[in-house]
Design a protein around this ligand. Structure first.
Ligand code: AMP
Length: 420
């Protein structure tokens, strides 16, 4: 059979066989978020293009190459959201959330869209969970947010994830450092990969997180921003590390964690899994004290992180995580004729209202085929009804585990099932 339409490259169906895993993972994420007192925020799937261009930065890969941007019928340029932070800040400003609460702590679980080259762990529609805390400049909130993201992975029993932290400074110390980095790299430019050479002018900090093996050697000898911070940024970074230590979080300082986005200040961090291939980042985040003002608000400090759900699932599958995701119905109502089927439909409605998940034969199969189906679906009970049972006012109820079969009066069925 030829299929006329296929899902767009880089997008995936989450099929009924997998959706219970997603639900289980999402429930656990929500649970942890609520324990840390973060409240859910949901924003639209698309926004005005300008929000992302401004909020993420024209020079980033996301804005320059990866956005799904289109003109709608009234000629407005809209973009499917490639990340959540800009949208959260837009909602924060538009709804005056800062007026209601001095520190706004929100989380999300949502689909993101980026036109990247699809590969293992990299999709064009993917899903992220994440959190943002808007309103505090103190390193304690960075520590809490990092602690929260680590807590999610701990809750899933992931023990080998690696936390790497860095500081990317502020508008006071970063420009000085950029010049230092550029003068170190200048004589080495011809040896760097083509992509990295492009970044030299546009986004030199991003050179530090180049994945190219040949670049990495050169980068290893580069000055790192963490060693060139202004006093305030250095204090902030030191306190953060002390706080992480006090929270008993294992971490390493890695000067190459820089984040691709322009609005990041000070703390930048990543959580890496050795169970992923070349795309090994589970989560990334940091402080973005410049964004709220950039998007038209008053200067407001903030921190956040975003984490890939597909990558989390990859790690969980690899570690044979028990998703406890079997969803079997409890009762199968088998009918031997149309009258029995009509009775089944009505009775199933009652049983469902009482909280029992039911399946009815909707394919008019033979009793034998229905029993086979009930077995395949691993139900606990089968209720068999046909002409004879209707006359007697009693159904045959089979306990599939014990194999015991009993005649049960219609009005006793619910009690009978609940007692077992
Ligand atoms: P970012 O917003 O780029 O910092 O990404 C945060 C996290 O989202 C990454 O660490 C990944 O786990 C995940 N992620 C980012 N881009 C993709 C993608 N194209 N496909 C799947 N997961 C992604």
């Amino acid at each position: 059979m030829t299929v006329s339409y296929r899902a767009i490259r880089g997008t995936k169906d989450i099929l009924p066989i997998d959706s219970p895993k997603w639900q289980s993972v999402e429930n656990t994420i929500r649970d942890v978020m609520h324990l840390w007192n973060y409240r859910e925020i949901r924003t639209p799937a698309f926004e005005e293009t300008g929000l992302f261009a401004r909020g993420i930065g024209e020079l980033t890969d996301i804005v320059a190459k990866e956005m799904y941007t289109l003109k709608d019928r009234s000629d407005t340029s809209i973009t499917l959201k490639p990340e959540m932070t800009a949208s959260v800040v837009r909602a924060y400003l538009q709804n005056n959330l800062g007026k209601q609460l001095p520190l706004v702590k929100v989380y999300y679980i949502a689909a993101m869209f980026r036109q990247e080259r699809p590969q293992a762990g990299r999709l064009r529609q993917f899903h992220q969970f994440g959190a943002e805390a808007i309103g505090s400049p103190y390193p304690e909130v960075d520590a809490e947010l990092i602690g929260l993201s680590v807590a999610v992975y701990e809750r899933f029993g992931i023990r080998n994830a690696l936390l790497k932290v860095n500081s990317v400074g502020c508008p006071l110390c970063r420009p000085r450092y950029k010049e230092l980095l550029k003068s170190y790299l200048k004589p080495l430019l011809p040896k760097l990969s083509e992509e990295t050479q492009h970044r030299y002018e546009s986004n030199p900090l991003r050179i530090l997180d180049s994945k190219e093996e040949s670049d990495r050697e050169i980068i290893a000898g580069a000055p790192m921003i963490k060693d060139h911070l202004c006093t305030e940024c250095a204090d902030h970074f030191r306190t953060l590390q002390e706080q992480l230590g006090q929270m008993k979080l294992k971490f390493e300082v890695d000067g190459r964690i820089v984040r691709g986005l322009d609005y990041y200040t000070r703390t930048a961090y990543e959580i890496i899994s050795p169970d992923l291939g070349s795309q090994d980042a589970l989560a990334g985040g940091g402080r973005y004290d410049l964004l709220v003002k950039e998007l038209g608000g008053k200067e407001t400090p903030a921190v956040g992180f975003a984490a890939g759900i597909e990558r989390l699932l990859m790690v969980l599958e690899k570690q044979k995580y028990d998703f406890q995701a079997e969803v079997n119905v409890t009762v199968f109502l088998a009918a031997t004729d149309d009258a029995g089927r009509a009775w089944s439909l009505e009775r199933a409605r009652e049983l469902r209202a009482a909280g029992l998940a039911c399946e009815v034969d909707l394919l008019k199969r033979s009793l034998k085929a229905q029993m086979k189906e009930a077995d395949r679906q691993r139900v606990r009970f089968v209720i068999i009804v046909g002409d004879k049972e209707l006359k007697d006012g009693a159904a045959t109820v089979r306990n599939m585990k014990s194999g015991v079969q009993e005649q049960v009066k219609f009005d006793r069925i619910l009690d009978h099932l609940k007692a077992r």
